[in-house]
Design a protein around this ligand. Structure first.
Ligand code: FES
Length: 431
């Protein structure tokens, strides 16, 4: 081979390489350009070909905005009993308008506006209740799982929970319900970080949404569920949980029975006798930067596990929690330092409930005006207790309030949401 030929081949190879590289770069830029063009023209081949309505967003909820305004009609497409004691029933709901079903964040809840006749007073009234979504987003229906609230043990003659009894006894397949858009600030963000879910009783429902969401994407995310319940009679979605644990090696199921029945088998029906408490967590979990999600009755879960995790050294930003009261969610207690600050503050303010004829000093020991009203014997409606449903909306006659978090529900001018409000100065409320 001559020098001329060798030089020719070297230049030809270099030219070929540059040409191929340029073509590849052009093709990639062309794809990006087409994607931008499609999005600008409103057509994205990745999205379903459904007309997009102004009032209903097709994908997810925009931060701090409900996926639809006001109430939307949903039909009960099926009812499914979820435990042996028949105390928990799931309701599968499809939108009556047949339009696209917006997504939500796993852990959020739906708000229902019901018309119920009180069995004692026979009065028919509007009742607002919030129930966690208990399945993953992305299906053609929503699911909520509702526990029937029993009358207090010492007073079995009293009626049980008004709304939960209504759902269990009166709501049938085919019925239509008024529902507000998914909302709530307790949810699991998409990530691959290791997660520990801790559920007590019906606190399982938002955890089911988180669990089903995480496992559906077939990620390798390490996810634990500690589920505390009395025994197999109250064990909700038992078969589903067991099949998830069998199918997904990254999912570790830890069932804790506090009062197992004679037929309940340790190691088969449940893994631990006792509660899902901090000792159980410390004995079971490795030292890892877990994200903890906790939901259950306030007195059992929040007042013990949250401070215990804190003492264990889990950073605040890794602890997420929500409390269940009877048929409602409750927002977390403010940090002690905030209460202390208010107690140390100069001027206590006076809160007057004008219809009830009560004036109470706000000393900062209540989380919200709703709690102050309840502890003072003032009757106030509530639902989500987290600024999402509007049940506690109350007219302000005089004074001013501030919110501890931004409301998801838009209160009418001149009114406030008591569950997330505190008085800024002396206040008169029409209640
Ligand atoms: S109770 Fe739902 S907004 Fe206050």
């Amino acid at each position: 081979m001559t020098t001329f030929q060798l030089t020719f081949y070297i230049f030809a190879a270099a030219f070929l390489q540059i040409t191929l590289f340029s073509l590849h770069a052009f093709y990639r830029h062309w794809q990006v350009y087409q994607g931008v063009k499609n999005r600008l023209s409103g057509f994205d081949p990745a999205l379903p070909c459904e007309p997009v309505e102004d009032e209903i967003l097709p994908i997810g909820t925009v931060e701090n905005q409900p996926a639809w305004a006001g109430l939307r009609k949903f039909q009960v497409i099926s009812k499914v009993i979820e435990d042996k004691s028949k105390s928990v029933c799931s309701f599968h709901l499809a939108p009556v308008d047949g339009k696209l079903l917006p997504q939500f964040k796993p852990g959020q809840f739906l708000t229902f506006e019901l018309k119920i006749t009180n069995p004692v007073s026979k009065e028919r009234k509007k009742v607002i209740r919030c129930y966690s979504l208990s399945d993953r987003p992305g299906l053609d229906h929503y699911r909520v799982s509702i526990k029937r609230i029993q009358p207090p043990e010492k007073n079995a003659n009293l009626p049980g929970g008004l709304a939960s009894s209504h759902f269990h006894d009166a709501v049938k397949q085919g019925d239509v319900l008024d529902v507000r858009a998914p909302s709530g600030h307790f949810f699991m963000e998409a990530s691959n970080r290791p997660v520990v879910l801790i559920a007590g009783g019906i606190g399982l429902t938002p955890m089911m949404s988180m669990l089903n969401t995480s496992l559906q994407v077939k990620s390798s995310q390490e996810i634990w569920l500690f589920y505390g319940v009395r025994n197999s009679a109250d064990h909700v979605m038992k078969e589903h949980l067991e099949s998830l644990a069998e199918e997904h090696p990254n999912f570790r199921l830890q069932i804790c029975y506090s009062k197992p029945l004679a037929k309940d088998e340790l190691g088969t029906d449940y893994q631990h006798k006792g509660r899902a408490d901090i000792n159980r967590l410390r004995l079971t979990l490795a030292l890892k930067p877990y994200q903890f999600y906790i939901c259950g009755p306030r007195n059992i879960k929040l007042e013990t596990i949250v401070p215990a995790l804190d003492e264990w050294g889990v950073p605040d930003q890794n602890i997420h929690y929500e409390a269940f009261g009877p048929a409602s969610l409750s927002k977390p207690k403010p940090q002690k330092s905030l209460i202390q600050e208010e107690k140390n503050g100069a001027e206590p303010v006076m809160v007057t409930f004008s219809k009830s004829g009560k004036t109470i000093t706000w000393d900062g020991s209540s989380d919200s005006l709703l709690e102050l009203a309840e502890s003072s014997g003032v009757n106030v409606e509530s639902g989500c207790r987290a600024g999402g449903c509007g049940a506690c909306q109350t007219t302000i006659e005089n004074g001013e309030v501030e919110y501890s978090q931004s409301p998801d529900f838009d209160p009418e001018p001149g009114s406030c949401l008591l569950c997330i409000s505190r008085p800024k100065r002396d206040l008169t409320l029409v209640v």
